[in-house]
Every structure is written in C-alpha cells, then in structure tokens.
Design a protein around this ligand. Structure first.
Ligand code: DC
Length: 223
C-alpha cells in the first residue's frame, strides 16, 4: 500500500483532533497532533516567565528548548526538557501562549523540521494549521475542518468542564477562540489557510462518527 500522509487543518475547536484521532484508530495509522508541540513551547515560555509574544525572548529560549514527541500505547506524549508535560498543555492560558509563540518563524522552523522527520517513515494523519500549506504540501490527502465560532466555543467549554476546569465561562471561551482565530489566520508566517485542493468538512452539521466516516470515504487506500 505504501506510505501516505493525510493533512488536516482547521481553526481551534473545530474538532480536527478528535476527528484525526478517530481516523487513525479506524485505519490503524499514526496520528500526530502538531498543536501539542506548539502548546509545549507555549508552556515552556510560561514556565520561564517569558512573554510568548516577544520574539527576541522566545528566540533566546530556543537554544535550551528540547521538545520530544513520544508515542506510548497509541497516545502522544509531550516531553519538555525531559519532563512529561502532556497533562499540563490543555489549559486556556497555554492555548493562548501556544498561539502567540507559534507566530515566531524560528520556533516554527524547529517544529516543522521535527514534524517532517516524524511523518516521513510511516503513514500518518497530522492535524494543525499549516500541514497542507507548508509542512507536507505533497500530502496525498488534504482536509480543512471547520465549524462556526459559537459551535467551537460550546465544544471547548464542554471539554474544559469534563477536565474539571471551570476557569472560563462561555463568553470567555468564545472570546479566546475568536482571538486565536485572529492570531492564527493573520500571522505573517504560515497562517491558517484553506488550500484550494482541500476537502472542506463542516463538523457542526454531522456527529463525530459520521464526520470520521465521511473523511475516510475519501481515502483510496481503504476502498
Ligand atoms: O490545534 P491546537 O489548538 O492545539 O493548537 C495550539 C496553537 O498552536 C494554535 O493556536 C496555533 C498553533 N499551531 C500552529 O501554529 N500550527 C500548527 N500546525 C498547529 C498549531
């Protein structure tokens, strides 16, 4: 069958991670959550008291920033300078820091190199913002996953509640989603874009299993 890559891009809370995870499980392929890598960098900045928006400070942090991705029992673990931080990267504060640090070109170059290296030796589905446009422009399959901001905010709120995180109400979650959209779509380097050849999937219309099966219906290897 050979190795192929599936690129899934879309805004925050579009459901792309859940979708990509579901596709990977059903097809028996690997899944790389690239957002988790930027989240780990954002967390590093916060831990060091660095302003995630300050490019000079973030660049200075890169020298001793060691981000590793480990796949254990089918789940992705993020290791920051030797520490497993997987459980620390889903807070609203880290989300915003990730969005801010991800605007800096030197940091992106470092992450993109790692992503290409990880994805080259096996069949992978990757999700992020710039997978089809920049990381793997030759990916065999490209999807753009989206939903209205209000739907994404409701989902994010439910996710946070499930994790016992009650630090934000609906209006705050929606405000953060809109701000992250703005940052992620308008930055100078590799902004979130919908490449013309991508198949667009709106996740507000159908449930997650149907969305997963819809995506899989485009993959020739399973036909
Ligand atoms: O997908 P996510 O919400 O976990 O991503 C966190 C942030 O990382 C997001 O706001 C933008 C950034 N990001 C990016 O710039 N490029 C990617 N490929 C993935 C995420």
């Amino acid at each position: 069958m050979g190795i192929y890559q599936i690129a899934v891009d879309g805004p925050s809370g579009s459901g792309k991670s859940t979708l990509a995870k579901g596709v990977a499980a059903k097809l028996g392929i690997m899944y790389l959550d690239t957002g988790a890598m930027y989240r780990t960098c954002g967390l590093c900045a916060l831990k060091k008291g660095i302003d995630p928006k300050d490019e000079a400070q973030v660049n200075a942090m890169l020298d001793d920033l060691k981000v590793e991705v480990k796949f254990e029992d089918g789940s992705q673990h993020m290791i920051l300078n030797g520490e497993d931080v997987t459980g620390q990267i889903r807070t609203p504060e880290v989300s915003m820091a990730a969005s801010s640090v991800s605007a800096h070109p030197a940091l992106r170059t470092k992450m993109v190199e790692m992503q290409r290296e990880i994805a080259k030796s096996q069949t992978f589905i990757l999700d992020g913002r710039d997978i089809a446009s920049n990381v793997l422009p030759n990916a065999k399959y490209k999807f753009y996953v989206t939903a209205p901001a209000e739907v994404r905010a409701e989902r994010r709120l439910a996710e946070l509640k499930e994790r016992g995180d009650e630090s934000q109400n609906y209006d705050e979650v929606l405000r953060d989603i809109i701000q992250r959209d703005e940052q992620d779509m308008n930055r100078a380097v590799s902004p979130l874009v919908q490449v013309p050849e991508a198949v667009v999937i709106d996740t507000s219309a159908i449930d997650i299993d149907q969305t997963r099966d819809l995506l899989i219906s485009y993959i020739e290897e399973v036909k």
